[in-house]
Write a protein that binds this ligand. Structure first.
Ligand SMILES: CC(C)(COP(=O)(O)OP(=O)(O)OC[C@H]1O[C@@H](n2cnc3c(N)ncnc32)[C@H](O)[C@@H]1OP(=O)(O)O)[C@@H](O)C(=O)NCCC(=O)NCCS
Length: 193
């Protein structure tokens, strides 16, 4: 177990289809949840998340996803308890750029059955709050040009979209966080999704 996990970032969304949702840092002990989330993903979701169609959740990748260096990066998992079992809904993460510690790359994955219900928007919103609180000034992401949902979500949260230097199949999304003030407890006040 990571000793420096920022557990104080844990929040609760009151109701999601009648179930409480917890958002908390992803821990090294969450392998089963990460695997379950990975198994829920269609090849299209995997293609959009990892920007290539062939990737599988192998032990090396799992290890990398689970062992977050919380002194610089963050991964948040949203879970709900269904029939007594903690169920993964989504994971969002940022990782600081090596050449600019005030900038980070973001990624977000919602389990396929739960896509389109506002979870991605809400979890990425929470990640943005945490990034601003951690002193980050810029969030960036590589998104397939065909990923209308992610581009729409990013636009709804204030990201700008540009052509990507790596090619026309990609878009670069970017959000400036300078001066951004997170509304306190904004995510606690919503009663349903
Ligand atoms: C992309 C993804 C994260 C979005 O999460 P989600 O929970 O499905 O999306 P939401 O329901 O929160 O939708 C959020 C917003 O996206 C936009 N959106 C949703 N579907 C859209 C579509 N088909 N076209 C355009 N915009 C769309 C809307 O602005 C929507 O907000 P609104 O419902 O208030 O209008 C999720 O679908 C996913 O995990 N996809 C596979 C992996 C991936 O593509 N990750 C992104 C790579 S970084």
């Amino acid at each position: 177990m990571s000793t420096n996990a920022p557990v104080h970032l844990t929040t609760a969304w009151p109701v999601f289809f009648g179930h409480a949702v917890t958002v908390r840092p992803l821990l090294p002990t969450d392998a089963d949840l990460e695997i379950e989330l990975g198994r829920s993903l269609s090849s299209e979701s995997l293609h959009h998340r990892f920007l290539n169609g062939g990737i599988k959740l192998n032990p090396r990748l799992l290890d990398r996803l689970l062992n977050v260096d919380f002194s610089r990066d963050l991964a948040l998992i949203a879970t709900a308890t269904f029939a007594g079992a903690e169920t993964p809904l989504a994971v969002a993460r940022y990782a600081r750029l090596d050449d600019d510690p005030h900038a980070a790359e973001i990624a977000v994955t919602v389990a396929d059955p739960w896509q389109g219900y506002g979870i991605g928007k809400r979890l990425l919103g929470r990640l943005i709050e945490c990034a601003a609180d951690a002193g980050l000034r810029r969030l960036l992401g590589d998104v397939h040009a065909t990923n209308r949902r992610m581009l729409g979500l990013a636009g709804a949260l204030g990201f700008g979209t540009r052509f990507h230097p790596d090619g026309g199949h990609l878009r670069l999304i970017e959000l400036a966080l300078d001066g951004r003030v997170a509304p306190p407890h904004a995510l606690h006040e919503v009663n349903d999704l």
